[in-house]
Design a protein around this ligand. Structure first.
Ligand code: FAD
Ligand code: NAG
Ligand code: NAG
Ligand code: NAG
Ligand code: NAG
Ligand code: NAG
Ligand code: NAG
Length: 619
């Protein structure tokens, strides 16, 4: 039954006309897959890729000019750009598969995609100072698996960052990464659609003809209007934060096309699959990068139980993401020599920075409020109709989050440089992912998710410019073992990260006391955590205690293959080349050298586009 329904779906792509059968098919698909996701259990290793024979010699897969490892946010764009050169043969090797139609339904991200094999299913090692609100004190680390990578799971929020981020980035010894250098690459890919007429748009900072759609979710919710109004009442500007100045609030810009997910595979790679110099190998796990001395010469990978070996004439481009890129470098002998020796891995290059400097933004959960206005509630069928006709409504949004603000707290010295984000969300959603994959302890969720479906909301405070550093290390020399990830948030010695979170909490509490929120009878519904009952509720000490339970990382890890000139402290140079190794570059979020004032996905596209131009110039 399900297969017949699934075969229906490709016929339904076109926005506009639909029949009752179409709505039935969607309803069935969503309900069936939703139920399946509730029972999904995550793998604990990559054993599903295991070779049938442990001893067979690898099968020859020929030779390519470029092999891109990972077809995720960055890799899919990189392969698209490199294969524009028709006499270069380009191979993309991706561990996951092409996404099914269901994945493109934007709202499936936290409800279904995260709880499926489109997610690697990583969890952190046990934490002692944070993530105590999760079962086992382990935080979930969702990472996308499939063509599109983590852009198959993410909320598709489109933020480029603050110009000071890039001034810092290039100031760290990375010529070519200043704001004026990167802005043209953001514009190159963008296809902007001004769908929310209430939203200010700095038109000079947008492009209207690239491959990547940007829209504002519609209809715009009442609660979000109140949030923007309260920002104005506190003196903040409502402005396009992807424009000239970043500090202020606005309705979100997101990567959807008529409400459909614009992951990197869909937006970039699929339209160029006809190129005969481009080959994509899904369901293929790369297990090792091969070297001749200190020159990369190819890779080994597993597909369907068979081990293959493929050669490169020009370069290997590693785009496996912030967790898997350092893992693969270490498995291949590039990393901290001592750590490699612990696992009897032959050292190709001693690069101590591989897997170090793991850095993420934070997200404060539990700032939940009640109000006396209601968002309209809709049935699934109505939502489907809304989605099919106009590409709008609950199915066209990853989560009911439609507005964001960027702020400079007293901890940030540079004028115009934001170090705090607030994102606003109706609490009517995402609770399934939060209880299932995210695994909150019930003692915490029962105090922090007291919501009424349509009248409650929450404001996430997101400290940026965090200073705590974590690591990615090998569990063993076996490429089928998951790596050990220690995000180690809230661990910096001077307590900066907690202080910043506290500023964020105070700003949220101040904002919700503005006239606009008073008018809708806003009340904090966060209940004191029993774990913190020995300190006075709502004091700084209370939040210091609660932070360990309610603060999670924000899914934006960077810097495990940090860019910079010093081979002792960095992994790649400003041209993305791995220090001390020839014909190997890393291009993904792992090279980003600082904690940015942004979400990370658009930056990955920029890195791919800029990296591809550098590679074209070099060859
Ligand atoms: C839940 C969630 C929500 C998010 N929301 C947003 C948002 O709204 N806006 C935003 O800007 N950012 C968001 N992010 C962050 C953003 O999506 C990521 O930073 C970005 O996708 C990372 O891109 P990447 O190219 O570095 O890695 P990925 O996109 O993860 O790509 C890596 C690819 O490599 C493949 N791979 C890994 N190892 C191997 C191997 N050994 N062999 C073969 N293939 C391999 C993986 O399967 C994957 O496809 C979110 C992230 C998450 C998890
Ligand atoms: C947490 O504490 C335990 C017990 O003291 C220790 O074994 C473990 O290494 C610590 N974890 C981290 C991530 O520091
Ligand atoms: C807009 O996008 C198109 C297609 O990528 C590109 O050719 C053009 O140069 C871009 N415009 C700007 C201002 O970057
Ligand atoms: C939810 O609604 C019910 C009924 O209107 C009300 O009694 C309750 O206090 C509300 N809870 C919250 C957290 O707003
Ligand atoms: C809000 O949640 C309720 C209960 O899950 C659901 O019935 C309703 O359709 C949702 N409303 C919207 C606008 O999604
Ligand atoms: C919140 O308001 C208080 C009282 O007006 C003020 O002292 C404090 O600086 C404000 N904090 C933030 C982060 O806005
Ligand atoms: C909501 O509360 C405010 C403040 O108490 C009140 O003025 C307003 O009339 C209420 N609105 C509704 C719809 O109940």
């Amino acid at each position: 039954m399900l297969t017949t329904l699934v075969t229906w779906i490709p016929l339904l792509q076109i926005v506009a006309a639909y029949t009752t059968c179409d709505v039935d098919a969607y309803e069935n698909l969503i309900r069936t897959r939703y139920e399946k996701s509730q029972d999904y259990t995550f793998p604990v290793d990559s054993g599903s890729h295991r070779a049938l024979s442990a001893t067979a010699a690898p099968t020859d897969f020929g030779e390519y000019d470029f092999v891109v490892i990972g077809g995720g946010s960055t890799g899919a764009v990189m392969a698209t750009r490199l294969s524009e050169v028709r006499d270069w043969k380009v191979l993309v090797i991706e561990a996951g598969r092409w996404p099914e139609k269901l994945v493109s339904i934007t709202s499936a991200s936290y409800k279904i995609n995260i709880m499926s094999d489109y997610n690697w299913g990583y969890y952190s090692v046990q934490q002692n100072n944070s993530c105590l609100g999760f079962v086992g004190n382990r935080c979930p680390l969702p990472r996308g698996k499939g063509l599109g990578g983590t852009s198959l799971l993410n909320a598709m929020i489109y933020v480029r960052g603050n110009k000071h981020d890039y001034q810092k980035w290039c100031g760290m010894g990375n010529p070519g990464w200043c704001y004026k250098d990167v802005l043209p690459y953001f514009l190159k890919s963008e296809n902007f659609h001004h769908t929310n007429k209430l939203a200010p748009v700095d038109v000079k900072y947008h492009n209207y003809s690239g491959p990547l759609w940007v829209e504002q979710p519609m209809p715009f919710h009442e609660h979000h209007k109140v949030f923007l109004k309260a920002n104005e009442q506190m003196g903040y500007k409502i402005r396009d934060i992807n424009g000239k100045e970043q500090i202020g609030a606005m309705p979100f810009q997101v990567n959807t096309k008529k409400g459909r997910r614009q992951d990197s595979g869909t937006a970039f790679l699929k339209p160029v699959l006809y190129r005969d110099n481009l080959k994509v190998m899904p369901n293929s796990l790369v297990t090792k990068i091969l070297f001749d001395g200190k020159t990369a010469t190819g890779v080994k990978f597993l597909n369907n139980g068979i081990e293959y070996k493929v050669g490169v004439r020009k370069e290997v481009i590693l785009s496996a993401g912030t967790i898997n890129s350092p893992q693969l470098l270490m498995l291949s002998g590039v990393g901290p020599a001592e750590h490699l020796k612990e696992h009897n891995i032959e050292v190709v290059a001693d690069l101590p920075a591989v897997g170090q400097s793991y850095s993420d933004h934070l997200q404060v959960h539990g700032l939940v409020f009640s109000s006396n206005i209601s968002e309209p509630t809709t049935t699934l069928r109505t939502s489907i109709e809304q989605y099919l006709t106009r590409g709008q409504g609950p199915l066209a949004e990853a989560a009911p989050t439609q507005a964001v603000g960027y702020y400079r707290t007293r901890l940030e010295k540079t004028p115009g440089y934001s170090d705090l984000e607030l994102s606003f969300q109706d609490t009517n959603d995402t609770t399934d992912a939060l209880t299932h994959y995210y695994n909150w302890k019930s003692s915490i969720s029962s105090r922090t998710s007291i919501v009424n479906a349509s009248t409650s909301f929450q404001i996430f405070a997101t400290p940026l410019h965090t200073k705590s550093l974590g690591t990615v290390r090998l569990k063993s020399a076996d490429p089928l073992d998951f790596p050990l990830v220690d995000p180690n948030i809230l661990s910096d010695k001077d307590g900066h990260d907690f202080d910043l979170a506290y500023e964020g909490i105070q700003l949220v509490l101040n904002l919700t006391q503005q006239e606009a929120f008073k008018k809708i009878d806003t009340k904090l519904t966060h209940q004191p955590l029993l774990e913190c009952s020995d300190v006075k509720f709502l004091t700084k000490d209370y939040w210091r205690c609660a932070a360990k339970y309610i603060i999670n990382h924000n899914n934006h890890p960077v810097s495990t293959c940090k860019m910079g000139p010093n081979a002792k402290k960095n992994v790649v140079d400003h041209k993305l080349k791995v220090h001390g190794i020839a014909n190997l570059r890393v291009a993904d979020a792992s090279v980003i050298p600082l904690s940015m004032s942004a979400h990370i996905n658009a930056i990955c596209y920029m890195i791919a586009d800029k990296g591809a131009d550098m590679i074209k110039a070099d060859w």
